[in-house]
Design a protein around this ligand. Structure first.
Ligand code: SIN
Length: 483
């Protein structure tokens, strides 16, 4: 098989491959060349309602299985994902642009959530609560929330689905997923493998098309009980407010503005390696990417020089070409945003250490860039660049660094490098973020809780806590026991 065997151009509803009611389609491009890879149906409310019905029907069967039965089927799905890792990775690389090695790594990362939650689903416990009555008993159990609507982003077309789907399935829920229109093929490929693995038809449905119409149906349809979203804070706020008006549970994994602090006492080479991984992973297009790099005066110049040298070692190009380590940005708007941030910095006194321009005149490639003399009035201090720009801010004291780091409405990930144990704990405790990397630039794993505070959202994905958002608590008072 090859990657094109996993490219499905119809949606999956109730185990069937279907077109949009009106036959309309959306083209999907390779961001490296702009060439059309294929198309997917442009669906709306009616098709979403049918997908919710299909999920509701499957929910009955799926939630009635024992956790061990669900676990066995989910492990088959994990195996299917890993058996097709190379091809799924190439499909992902073609539609999204990230380098092949990163794309294949993402398939393994996504599959790990399926395996993790297959196992965690067997450990959903309840309590027997000491009863205030001699003749009655109290149970507090946990039940699956029901049908879940997932709206997923283009930057991790597989893993952000798998992280939600794994938790939903492990908890006993069924799902309707609306993937990003830029990268729907990875979602449809997962749907095909869910079928192949033998999970009940309708337990995972994929609808592509109009985000506003699909989201509206998800928010208002009474059969859908929860919405999980990964994407921008702006859309997340709107979605959460619409969903909660209809009493849906919500999980929101939203934008970040991650500070990456390098103290004078840091292991500088480790800090450069961490910054490279954090900043340039996925060409800077992750919610947890270092967005503001704060460097203490004593090591500032040395760090800037080393980071620039490392950034110059990256190879920009089409993700599927040999040796490429930086792919294109997802689209022209993303490229323009990086240019706008660089221009804003230069206009306000920033100085380019390396990069700063587009690469070639085809696709959406931008040089891995380092700009120093960054100040807090520049755009990257306030906004997520979502691209390969590393702005370097200079600071003098620990207090100043912590205050600068926390000076943002966002609170997803943050990072800092130090060799002093006391400072490690002090700074870790003072940073107002959901996730902290201490001497580490990559923190994501299926076993740890992923989630933000403040405008970065609500809810936790991955880890043993990741099931909580897909479960409801149920109290039973048992009387009539005859004693
Ligand atoms: C994201 O950028 O939304 C997810 C990144 C990750 O899982 O590491």
């Amino acid at each position: 098989m090859g990657w094109t065997d996993h490219l499905h151009e119809r949606c999956m509803i109730g185990g069937l491959w279907v077109e949009a009611d009106g036959g309309e389609t959306i083209a999907v491009n390779d961001p490296s060349t702009g060439e059309v890879l294929g198309s997917v149906p442009k669906m709306g409310r009616a098709e979403t309602a049918r997908a919710i019905d299909a999920a509701q029907a499957a929910f009955g069967e799926w939630s009635a299985m024992t956790a061990a039965e669900r676990c066995a089927l989910m492990l088959k799905l994990h195996q299917a994902l890993m058996d097709h890792q190379a091809d799924l990775g190439e499909l992902l690389c073609r539609e999204m642009g990230k380098p092949l090695a990163e794309a294949r790594g993402e398939i393994a990362y996504g599959a790990a959530f399926v395996r993790w939650f297959a196992e965690e689903g067997r450990r959903i416990y309840g309590d027997a609560i000491p009863s205030p009555w001699r003749d009655k008993r109290i149970l507090a159990t946990q039940a699956p929330v029901g049908v879940v609507g997932a709206i997923t982003p283009w930057n991790f077309p597989n893993a952000m689905i798998a992280r939600k789907l794994g938790a939903a399935l492990g908890a006993g829920c069924a799902m309707v997923c609306k993937p990003a229109s830029a990268t729907p093929f990875s979602a449809l490929a997962v749907a095909a493998l869910v079928e192949e693995a033998g999970l009940p038809k309708g337990v995972f449905n994929v609808v592509t098309g109009s985000a506003s119409a699909i989201a509206a149906e998800m928010c208002e349809n009474p059969k859908l009980r929860k919405i999980t979203f990964t994407g921008s804070t702006e859309i997340g706020k709107e979605l959460a407010s619409n969903a909660t008006r209809h009493m849906k549970r919500v999980s929101m994994e939203l934008g970040g503005n991650a500070p990456f602090i390098v103290f004078d006492d840091a292991d500088l080479d480790a800090a450069v390696a961490g910054a490279m991984a954090s900043k340039y992973r996925n060409s800077g297009q992750t919610c947890v990417c270092a967005n503001r790099i704060l460097v203490q005066s004593g090591v500032h110049d040395a760090f800037a020089a080393k980071l620039a040298r490392a950034a110059e070692g990256l190879k920009v190009g089409r993700g599927y070409d040999e040796g490429v380590t930086q792919g294109p940005l997802i689209d022209a708007a993303a490229l323009e945003k990086v240019e706008e941030h660089v221009a804003d910095m230069l206009a306000k006194g920033g100085e380019i250490v390396t990069g700063g321009a587009r690469v070639g005149n085809q696709g959406t490639f931008f040089q891995p860039t380092v700009v120093k003399n960054a100040t807090t009035d520049m755009k990257p201090f306030r906004e997520e660049t979502f691209g390969p720009l590393a702005p370097l801010f200079r600071f003098e004291t620990e207090e100043e660094a912590v205050a600068m780091a926390n000076d943002t409405p966002y609170g997803l990930a943050c990072y800092f490098y130090t060799r002093e144990l006391g400072r490690a704990f002090r700074v870790m405790e003072r940073l107002q973020f959901g996730m902290v990397g201490v001497n580490e630039g990559i923190i994501s794993t299926e076993v740890a809780p992923f989630g933000g505070v403040k405008d970065s959202g609500m809810g936790t994905e991955g880890s043993k806590y990741g099931l909580d958002d897909y479960l409801v608590r149920k109290y039973a008072l048992i009387g009539g026991l005859g004693f």
